[in-house]
Structure formats: C-alpha cells, structure tokens
Design a protein around this ligand. Structure first.
Ligand SMILES: Cc1ncc(C[n+]2csc(CCOP(=O)(O)OP(=O)(O)O)c2C)c(N)n1
Length: 697
C-alpha cells in the first residue's frame, strides 16, 4: 500500500509490487538525470510514469532492437519537455540508449538532448518540444496508417496494423494547432489514434485554473473523439482498462484523460509549478525517494527485477517482427505487385519510370502561371507514385494542387460531395487528396507526421503569405529532415487585387532563413518541372516551391540555357563575351531581366543574365561553379525579386544593387502593382544605366 504524505493527499492504491518498482524506476531515472544535468523537467515523468509504464509494457507493439520495424506502433511524446520519461522508457526496454547516455542528459553530443529529437535518439519517432506539434504529428501518422492499410491490406493480410499513441499535456491541448488537428482527426474517424492526456492542472508558471478551465472531455467529444476518464493517474488497472477500451473503439480517435499530480511524490513540490521545469534539488530528491520507498542512493538505480521485466520487450518485439516478416513473405507470394510496391515505399525508393510523363513545355510568350505548370507536372507523376499524397488548406481551386481522379481521403462513412476540385476516384482511406480544411498550422504538423510515419511523400499547399501560419511545423520538418513538399502559390505582390494582407513581402527571406529547407522559386513552366523533380528526388529535407498566380512566359530554351540547370540553384541563362553587368532574378522577375537586357543591348551594354531559383541549391555547388556564375571580376550586378531585398546583398556585392520591396503591398491589379513597385524593364534599365555611368565616371 503506497501512502503519499503531502499537502494534497492522493488516493492510496494497491499496486502490484513489481509494477510499482518499474514505475519508480522510470520516475527516478528521470529525476536523477534532471538533477545531474541541473536542468530539465522532473514533474511530468513523476506523474506520468504509471500511464507510460502500462502503455509500454502491456500495449505498445515495438521491437527495441529494430526501432524502424515498419509495423510497430508509434509513440509520440507531444509534451516533449518530459523527454526524460521517454529516454527512461527507451533505455529500460532495451533500445540502443545506454545508462551512460541517460547520465549525459542534455550534454554536448549526447543521445539525450533536452527535448526528444528524431534521428538523434533511437526510438524517438518525431521531434517535439514546441507544444501542440506532436499532437498534430500523431494525427498525420494516423492518416498515413489508414492510407497505407487501405491500400495494401487484404482481408487475409493485415500488413499495416498498428496504433499511434501519444502523451499530451495541458500545454499541448491549449495550443491552437492541437485543436485544428483534433477537429480533423475526429472528422476523419481515425480510430487507431489514442492519446493519453496528462491532466495535472499545472503548466510552466501557473495553475490551469487561470487559463484552462473548459471541460476537455466534452470538447473532444464535440470533435468526434471517444473519451475515457481515469480519475487516478496511479491506478494502473484503470489505465490498462482505458487503453484496452480505446483500442476497441475503431471509428473514433480516443482521448484518455488521466488525472495526475505533477511532481508526484515530492513532499514540497507536488501539485506546484515548481515541479514542472527545474531540478527538484538534492534535499527534495532525497525526500521524494524516501516518500516513494525508493533507495536514496545510488543515483540512476535500476533494480535487477525492473530491468528483467522491461527487457521482455526485446524478446516480444523480436517475435512480433518475425511473425510479421513471415506474414509479409506470404503476402509477397500472393500479392507480389503490392508487396514490392510497399517495399519500395518503405525504403523510400522511386520507381524507374516515375518521371517518364513529365511534360516538356514549349516556348510561349503568353506562357502559364507556374502554379498551373506545377499542377500539370503533379498529375504526370502522381500515377507512378502512390506515396505522393497531399492537399491544401481549402485552396485547391487556387493552388491547383488536387490530384485529378485520385479520390479523396475521407472517413469511409462519408458520401461523395462537392470538393471544388471535383476529384473522381475513391472516397475513403485510399483516397489521395487530403482536405485539410482551413487549418494551415495543423496541415504543417500533420504533413510532418505523414512523412515521419514513413512510406509517404506528402505535399501540402496554401498561399505563400500563409506559410507564416505553418512556420513552426516547417521549422520542425527542417530539423527532422522530413521529405515534406510545400507548394506555396500567389508568391508576390503580383497576386494583385486581394491586396496588402495577401501579398507576401518578407516570406521568401523568412523561409530562406530556415536552415535545411530548400526554397525554389522557378521562373517558368520548364523550371517548375525541374523544381518538382528536385522536390521528389531530394532525400531527408523539406522542399518549398514558390509559384506565381499570374501567367509568365515559357522561356525559349533553344535560345536560353536549359531549365535542368535549375538543379545548380543559379545558372547563366544568357551570356556574352566580357560581360560587364550581371542581371540576376528569380521567378517571375526573370522575364523582366530578359526584357531589360534587350534594352541594354541597344546601348551596347554587355549583359549576363542569371536565373537564380534557389539560394540553397546554389550554396551546395562548388566555389568554382559559384564563381563561374557570379565572378568577383564582374562587380556590377543587379538582383531583382518581388520580395524583401534582405540577403541579396551577398550575391550582388558592394557595388551591386537589389530591386526588391521594403514596404507592404497594396490592393490593385497585378500590372499596376508591379509598375508602381518598380518591377518594370524600364526601371531596371534606368538603375543599370546609373550604376554603369557611376563606374565609368
Ligand atoms: C509552443 C510552446 N510554447 C511554450 C513552450 C514553453 N513551455 C514548455 S512546457 C510549458 C507548459 C507546460 O505545461 P504542461 O503542458 O501542462 O506540462 P506540465 O507542466 O504538466 O509538465 C510551456 C509553456 C513550449 N515548449 N512550446
């Protein structure tokens, strides 16, 4: 019988002694690691250890010796600040995470960073820490699960058969992104999604009484979720029963609301925000250990019995994976095409013919918007790539990102309806068009989950201006190296009449500021095709495309350099012997520099034209190549881009100029906007003439 002596007494529960020992092992490994690092969050592991223990030892299907086994259950610690809870579980159940790594919590180059990071710690499915993101990631994983199951399972073979579990906190549920994602998950009836809510009534600096008093069960029921309440977070039997019930509910995602007490067992800090994010302190650690009948010495104590119990996961996981491998082998015999296709997806490989139907675009002075060209290319590749699924935040008719005839990812009880993109094809979990609704932030977080699950190449789309609504998720995709493709259209003030609020100015540079994200702003239909080729073939990195709303000419590639030079990030579009001036541009402004060069040629100015669709791709090239395109010997350079000029200085040099935008846009037709903001061949010509004169004088 465990009796906790503290100011707010919690219920005394009869625990099985081994369970109790294991739970306390999780608790005190976490507490000791935080103490040693002198930094971290002990409160959550102390309160959530019982639910995590029940989930990980009685339900979670995983193979600690092969964290990448495809049919494993996924576990998302959305409350990433509780990272030590996850590291304790990974260490104890036998992942490649030694006790030394636990002792190195939060230290330079350890495998136990402050918040969980995919690719650093084996078994961490997604990088969390920014609250709410993990919640959205789990929804994405559940969509990926449902899609792949619908596509590859057969009545006699449940090849894709796993759950997505998550641990979410007050902070997670307060964040808007979680509400967006929860609303969609409920609508989609994602029955394989099960979240445990650590309902401890305390956040970082206060009690939730000040900020978060709604009835969460009712809120989630209204979203279409199945909810279960567990009144005592230490009641392992009730927790087990709740998870069992949640697994039985196949048509709704489940939220298990578990009433816990932050910093459980700490005589002076339980139920206070002081337990949230600072070490308990030496004396309080001692008192807490005594209070929970735990030896005060040594630190990082793991009883032999607990190790043996947790490590059963290794044998069990091995057996489960072997059984699955046998099933897969039989599946391969009966459904060889499906099996090899799925294998290809799991290994992130492309089929040989994936790009065989990408159109070639002929020179055309009227041309087409790059968003339209992108749509054409997407249609041409989508039939070869079942892993290519995605959608927009209610902007299909503007971004043109629907995959024609590829169906709609919907809960199977939905009747076909009006989609504005009028996609034919199946409606159900095998549909390939995702309708995110007007939920950009969740779209970003869900796309990360789709990519993190594996087997999927997700794309998502909205206007470039609303990339701001997705930024936290884009940043995490970049940190994780996830293959998400962002299709941002209406990429400049040239979108016209929608006006100031819709016209991006600082968005291109703010995306370029995100490390490990490749941004491509193609100039015409041909460059757009190449940009998509890069997006699909890029491994372990997100790629964003910035596309025009307005038509742009399709460049004559017999006269100008070939569009496949886009892969170098910047390339010489047209050259002349002994060039004295370089005009550089991206996207729609490339056509302006072409026009300008005609004017300058009449004055016998020797102009080199450079198309620069991607800074990041250019920076990947050798110094030699970069110097060949933008040689230091040509000091007069003008860069033109209908966006913030910030950053272009390094490409134009001290004597160069940037024609960009330093203020917000305005509401007017596209042509007027471009004219008023100086994006005319005449203005570029005048600026060029001025700097040429200055140099000669
Ligand atoms: C988006 C975001 N905002 C703020 C923070 C800083 N932060 C970390 S934990 C936390 C609140 C913690 O409350 P809760 O989620 O209930 O966790 P608990 O106190 O129970 O550990 C905050 C504000 C964050 N990690 N992410």
């Amino acid at each position: 019988m465990l009796q906790v002596s503290n100011k707010k007494k919690t219920l005394a529960i009869d625990h099985n002694a081994l369970d109790q020992q294991c739970i306390n092992t999780i608790r005190f490994l976490s507490v000791d690691a935080v103490e040693k690092a002198n930094s971290g969050h002990p409160g959550l592991p102390l309160d959530a250890a019982p639910m995590a223990y029940v989930l990980w030892t009685k339900h979670l299907k995983h193979n600690p010796k092969n964290p990448k086994w495809f049919n494993r259950d996924r576990f998302v610690l959305s409350a990433g600040h509780g990272s030590m809870l996850l590291y304790s579980l990974l260490h104890l159940t036998g992942y490649d995470l030694s006790i030394e790594q636990i002792e190195q919590f939060r230290q330079w180059k350890s495998k136990t960073p402050g918040h969980p990071e995919k690719n650093i710690t084996p078994g961490v499915e997604t990088t969390t820490g920014p609250l709410g993101q993990g919640f959205g990631n789990g929804v994405g994983m559940a969509i990926a699960q449902a899609y792949l199951a619908a596509r590859y399972n057969k009545p006699d073979f449940k090849i894709i058969d796993n759950y997505i579990y998550g641990l979410v906190s007050d902070g997670d549920l307060m964040e808007g992104v979680a509400s967006e994602a929860a609303s969609l998950a409920g609508h989609l009836k994602l029955g394989k999604l099960i979240y445990l809510y650590d309902d401890n009534h305390i956040t970082l600096s206060a009690s939730t009484q000040l900020t978060f008093t709604e009835d969460c069960a009712k809120r989630f029921e209204a979203y279409g979720w199945h909810t279960i309440s567990v009144n005592d977070g230490n009641d392992t039997k009730a927790l087990d029963k709740a998870i069992q019930e949640a697994k039985k509910e196949t048509e709704k995602p489940s939220l298990i609301l578990v009433r816990t007490h932050i910093g459980y067992g700490s005589p002076h800090k339980q139920d206070t925000f002081e337990a949230h994010g600072s070490p308990l302190g030496e004396e309080e650690v001692k008192l807490t250990k005594e209070n929970l009948d735990w030896p005060t010495e040594p630190a990082f104590y793991v009883p032999q019995g607990a190790t043996e119990h947790f490590r059963k996961a290794i044998e069990l996981g091995k057996k489960e994976e072997e059984e699955w491998n046998t099933m897969f082998a039989n599946y391969s015999k009966k459904y060889s095409d499906l099996a090899s296709d799925l294998n290809r997806l799991i290994n992130s490989e492309l089929p040989a013919n994936w790009d065989s139907e990408i159109p070639t675009f002929q020179a055309d002075t009227r041309g087409m918007a790059t968003r339209v060209a992108c749509s054409k290319v997407m249609q041409s590749i989508s039939k070869h790539l079942p892993e290519f699924i995605g959608g927009s935040a209610d902007l299909n008719s503007s971004t043109h990102t629907a995959l024609k005839d590829m169906g709609v990812f919907e809960n199977p009880s939905m009747k076909k309806g009006d989609t504005q993109g009028a996609e034919k094809g199946d409606w159900g979990y095998n549909g390939r068009n995702l309708f995110f609704g007007v939920r950009e932030h969740a779209m970003g977080a869900i796309s990360n989950g789709l990519a993190a699950y594996g087997g999927i190449r997700p794309y998502c789309s909205t206007f470039l201006i609303f990339s701001d609504y997705m930024r936290p998720a884009i940043r995490l995709a970049a940190i994780m190296g996830l293959n998400v493709i962002y299709i941002f259209t209406h990429d400049s003030i040239a979108l016209g009449e929608d006006g100031t609020t819709h016209q991006p100015v600082e968005q291109l540079i703010s995306l370029r500021a995100i490390p490990e994200l490749t941004l491509i702003r193609p100039a015409d239909a041909s460059e757009t095709a190449e940009a998509l080729r890069i997006a699909i073939t890029t491994k372990n990195k997100p790629v964003a495309l910035a596309l025009t709303r307005q038509d742009v000419p399709t460049i004559d590639r017999n006269r100008f350099a070939k569009a496949d030079n886009l892969k170098y990030g910047a390339y010489i579009l047209e050259d002349v012997a002994n060039a004295e001036l370089v005009l550089i541009a991206s996207g729609s402004e490339v056509h302006l520099i072409i026009e300008t060069s005609e004017l300058l040629k009449k004055d016998n100015v020797r102009v080199r034209l450079v198309s620069m669709p991607s800074w990041e791709l250019f920076e990947e090239q050798s110094a030699e190549y970069r110097n060949q395109v933008l040689p230091s010997s040509i000091e007069l350079r003008i860069a033109v881009e209908a966006g913030s000029p910030i950053g272009w200085e390094c490409y134009v040099g001290a004597k160069g100029e940037v024609i960009g935008i330093k203020k917000f846009g305005s509401s007017a037709p596209a042509k007027v906007m471009m004219q008023e903001y100086g994006f005319t061949a005449k203005n570029i010509y005048d600026r060029a003439t001025t700097i040429l004169k200055k140099q000669k004088s």
